[in-house]
Design a protein around this ligand. Sequence first.
Ligand SMILES: Cc1cc2nc3c(=O)[nH]c(=O)nc-3n(C[C@H](O)[C@H](O)[C@H](O)COP(=O)(O)O)c2cc1C
Length: 170
Amino acid sequence: MNVSEAIRARRSVRKYKPGMTIPQEHIDQMLEAAMCAPSAHNSRPWEFVVVESAEIRRRITHLHPYCKSLPDACLAIVVCGVPEAAPNMPGEGFWPQDCAAATENILLEATGLGYGTCWCGVYPDRERATAIAHLLGVQTIPVQMIIVGVADETPRQRGFYDRDRVTYLR
Ligand SMILES: Cc1cc2nc3c(=O)[nH]c(=O)nc-3n(C[C@H](O)[C@H](O)[C@H](O)COP(=O)(O)O)c2cc1C
């Protein structure tokens, strides 16, 4: 599957085949894709927590109301922001965008590998982020969580191209 196909094939999957596992080489491939993402000043203000533990995945569902399929999936990759890695930025900094870029790379790499995924937002819900950070034992800020597993549903491909959202200045 090439990049263009992966972009168009990716859909949020909310039903997974339980009891499946993802080989380490595929996990590495997704994480490597994440770390290929662009980041402001090339600061790479992120860390990744791969949650395979069934018990921790179950506990996450008590902290995040919109990830009910997580226990049936194989794992979650929690993308955490490290604001201190990118000091002297305007406002709160670009770290949330940097983490979003890394997240999208994971989604596309996982799609190419044949897995289903779902992006579950955490930050800027600070209460949710703090609770999940505490559960994971990290000092950084969980920005989003990506559910990865073997899909047990096939949401159809669709396009959202809307010419009205585009302005050309020529
Ligand atoms: C910032 C962000 C947060 C999201 N949070 C959740 C979530 O908590 N739970 C969930 O099931 N889907 C979540 N989604 C997935 C969206 O609902 C989904 O991308 C959207 O409905 C479009 O569907 P598609 O991904 O299949 O194209 C989130 C997506 C983004 C970008």
